[in-house]
Ligand binder design. Structure first.
Ligand SMILES: Nc1ncnc2c1ncn2[C@@H]1O[C@H](COP(=O)(O)OP(=O)(O)OP(=O)(O)O)[C@@H](O)[C@H]1O
Length: 466
């Protein structure tokens, strides 16, 4: 049974979860905290469900939960899971001073012990209030210690003034229907911004449909985009709408537009001019109202010059062009993003309390991140798994410590050297398998090939060993 009494404090809602299987005691406890939103639970399952739903600041719990009301195996396991779900939550166990050993075990897990029987509601009230303020202080501390992001796009983390402006530009164009071309290196957040354009527009009730032109073989791409009628070709067993049609009313995102085969560029151009599609093997023209967003890491201007990309299509696709800078050009963002992903993966992997060592933070700031945000995301993800104790080291991140005396003259040389060494290390670890090395480094295969080319490693992969 859930009972809710809502009272707000200045900035954090006072939420208390009472975990107690004795109905009499539960009732008594529930009414003792009229300045809290009180939710209740009687066993492990309901306690965890309430934790997920409400993330209360404070929990009071009876250790003797069913099925083992005498022992505390169930209660201690519940306590551990509560703290894993929300490590900032303050848990007060009500042991009634009956089992000192269990009380000590609970304290070692991170709980507070309230051993008074019969319990005094006023004293417990004081303790719960104190625990709440401790929780609030801890949350505020965390916010102060960790840099915060400034953009107005939910989930898009950056404090770099250029990026903040770029996000404002995204927000401004989101409400219009003009086509947007997002240009930038791999992993800079093009898809994330494409989704933001959709979410911030009044098309958000409809679908956001993405097609990656590089991932679909040329002979299948046409039917993927435009759909087909039954019997249009061998294997066309039923009428199938294309991705453009599926985005009706919403946003259609063409990722890696630079990889759209030349043969299909004129079909796409026709659609953009007429806003109608014809399924393969069909006779009917179907009007489709979609907003077009595309992205690429390639230089479309160079492709136009090389006559591999149609200029007229480029102008249709890029009524607005947004150039996203690489991560190495954004001031302070690497550390900010590292904290962001660390917090995300800590919650996901239930590894609370992890922090970067100072040396790791310096290395994050120094590293060039050729794979941009995707690389930092993957690096932190792996580090959260690898870290021992509560510190993430430079090694956990797969970065280079700055302990060698610097003999080189320019920063550029130092960066180049570090990049080259990282590539060699990653390739050696996977016996020269480029796909696996790209995964470790958080870059795409083409990016890794480019980097290997630049560092003269391409012909030498087989020579790279441990
Ligand atoms: N500023 C950001 N804040 C938070 N997460 C980000 C940010 N930029 C990118 N990401 C995350 O980084 C990863 C890569 O981003 P995304 O897929 O949008 O890049 P992309 O430029 O489209 O890459 P590609 O060209 O390789 O397709 C995603 O998991 C995305 O959520």
């Amino acid at each position: 049974m859930i009972d809710t009494i809502q009272v707000m404090t200045t900035n954090t809602q006072k939420k208390l979860l009472v975990v107690e299987d004795d109905p009499g005691l539960q009732k008594q406890l529930r009414w003792s905290f009229d300045n809290f939103t009180v939710v209740t639970a009687t066993d492990r399952e309901s306690a965890l469900a309430q934790m997920r739903r409400h993330t209360p600041a404070v929990v009071t719990m009876d250790l003797g939960l069913p099925p083992d009301t005498d022992g505390a195996t169930e209660g201690l396991a519940t306590l551990q899971q509560i703290l894993e779900l929300a490590p900032d939550t303050k848990v007060i166990v009500l042991t009634g001073n009956q089992n000192r050993e269990n009380a000590l075990k609970a304290i070692s897990l991170g709980a507070y012990d309230f051993h008074q029987k019969p319990f005094d509601a006023n004293v417990l009230n004081l303790i719960v209030n104190r625990a709440f303020y401790l929780h609030q202080l801890q949350c505020e501390n965390r916010e102060l210690l960790e840099p915060s992001a400034n953009t107005t796009i939910p989930g898009f983390i950056s404090n770099d003034p250029g990026m903040v402006k770029l996000c404002q530009q995204v927000q401004r164009v989101a409400s219009s229907d003009i086509s947007v071309a997002l240009l930038g290196e791999s992993g800079t957040g093009k898809e994330l911004l494409a989704r933001a354009l959709h979410e911030l527009s009044n098309r958000k009730k409809h679908h956001f449909v993405a097609v990656n032109c590089a991932a679909i073989p040329e002979n299948l791409l046409e039917s993927e985009l435009f759909g087909y009628e039954r019997g249009a070709f061998t294997g066309a067993v039923k009428q199938t709408p294309g991705k453009i049609e599926l985005a009706q009313g919403g946003t259609f995102f063409l990722d890696e537009i630079g990889d759209l085969p030349f043969s299909l560029q004129s079909s796409l151009l026709r659609f953009l001019q007429e806003r109608k599609i014809e399924r393969i093997g069909g006779r009917e023209e179907i009007p489709v109202d979609v907003r077009i967003v595309c992205a690429t890491h390639q230089s479309l201007k160079d492709m136009i010059a090389a006559k591999t990309f149609r200029e007229d299509l480029f102008y249709r696709l890029s009524e607005t062009t947004i150039q996203i800078p690489p991560l190495r050009d954004r001031v302070g963002d690497a550390v900010l993003l590292a904290h962001f992903f660390k917090n995300r993966f800590c919650v996901k992997d239930k590894r609370q309390g992890l922090n970067f060592s100072q040396e790791a933070l310096n290395a994050i700031d120094r590293h060039q991140w050729p794979g941009n945000v995707r690389e930092i995301e993957n690096s932190v993800k792996r580090a959260v798994v690898m870290a021992q104790g509560n510190q993430i080291s430079v090694e956990d991140l797969g970065l280079m410590p700055a302990n060698k005396p610097i003999e080189l003259t320019t920063l550029r040389e130092i960066r180049e050297k570090a990049e080259c060494e990282t590539l060699v290390k990653a390739l050696a670890r996977v016996d020269g398998n480029v796909a696996k090395a790209a995964e470790i480094l958080g870059v795409t295969r083409p990016t890794l090939y480019d980097l290997m080319n630049r560092h003269g490693l391409k012909g030498n992969v087989k020579n790279i060993t441990h």
